[in-house]
Design a protein. Structure first.
Length: 289
């Protein structure tokens, strides 16, 4: 799958998923792009990766931007879509690389999803921006995402007056802190809508922010019914047909939601943690790393 080595400078670098038609020498613009401006004397942690155009699914203005990915899609639906969401530095990209089947011992290979380098960690920056898709040989469509509740993302979207540079709610001016929280909720709802499995990664079971976020996503996905419409439907219930028809109508109105898998990267099982383990199993599935 990797490009073969060649003396031709325009040939693709040795990177998973690199294809001759994808590789270009120019930089890729946009905040979510992996490209770098060659005129700026900056050392990229993965210089070969910076030559690849981005297939990011989110635009600079936080809009769903699928045009970059459409040419690589087909009508084949025999894929399992796996997304990931979590706070900074918990190993989201590392987990996705393992699911991809990346072999770190292979010489000249870069991981499909870049992970935090020591320099990036020291600068308190995040590595992944937006939503980066990759397809594995096992027919897994993997979606790596930028961290939620990230101080580095907050610094990127904050203006000097404290407002957000990204119009999250129909162009309405919001504070950067509120915009960041709304972006986290929107990201969770989007992933819950398009994935078969959603990995919710945290350091441990006591990460209350992720529990609250997923509770909010679950609430928004199922929706809050209008009491007036419920009253009207109850008054006409005698004319709606059999009980089976009522259940079918209710099922048609249900929103699809991905299966959540809660991944606790750092956890030591003890008697005190047993209630939290059962709580995890109740909301989704518990995966110990």
């Amino acid at each position: 799958m990797a490009g073969s080595s060649s003396s031709n400078p325009s040939s693709g670098p040795k990177i998973l998923l690199a294809k001759p038609g994808l590789v270009s020498g120019g930089a890729v613009g946009g905040k979510f792009g992996r490209g770098e401006d060659e005129t700026v004397p900056h050392v990229h942690p993965h210089p070969l990766r910076s030559r690849l155009p981005s297939l990011n699914l989110l635009s600079d203005s936080w809009d769903f931007h699928i045009d970059r990915f459409l040419p690589f899609l087909s009508e084949n639906t025999e894929f399992t879509v796996v997304g990931v969401i979590g706070v900074p530095g918990v190993g989201k990209s590392t987990i996705m690389n393992e699911l991809y089947g990346f072999d770190a011992t292979s010489p000249g290979m870069l991981p499909p999803f870049p992970t935090l380098s020591e320099d990036t960690r020291a600068q308190a920056k995040h590595c992944t921006s937006g939503i980066e898709p990759r397809i594995s040989a096992q027919r897994l469509l993997l979606l790596d995402t930028q961290p939620v509740f990230s101080s580095s993302v907050l610094a990127e979207i904050m203006r000097p007056d404290g407002s957000s540079t990204i119009p999250v709610l129909s162009g309405e001016s919001l504070s950067a802190e509120l915009a960041l929280e709304l972006m986290s909720i929107q990201l969770g709802v989007l992933l819950a809508s398009i994935c078969h499995v959603l990995l919710v990664v945290s350091d441990g079971v006591h990460d209350n922010k992720m529990w609250r976020l997923m509770s909010m996503v679950d609430l928004l996905k199922h929706g809050i019914p209008d009491p007036s419409s419920l009253t009207a439907s109850n008054s006409q219930s005698s004319n709606l047909g059999s009980e089976k028809d009522k259940k079918d109508k209710a099922n048609e109105g249900e929103e699809y939601m991905a299966t959540p898998v809660f991944v606790h990267a750092k956890i030591l099982l003890s008697r005190q943690l047993v209630p939290f383990v059962f709580f995890s199993l109740f909301l989704g599935k518990l995966l110990l790393v």
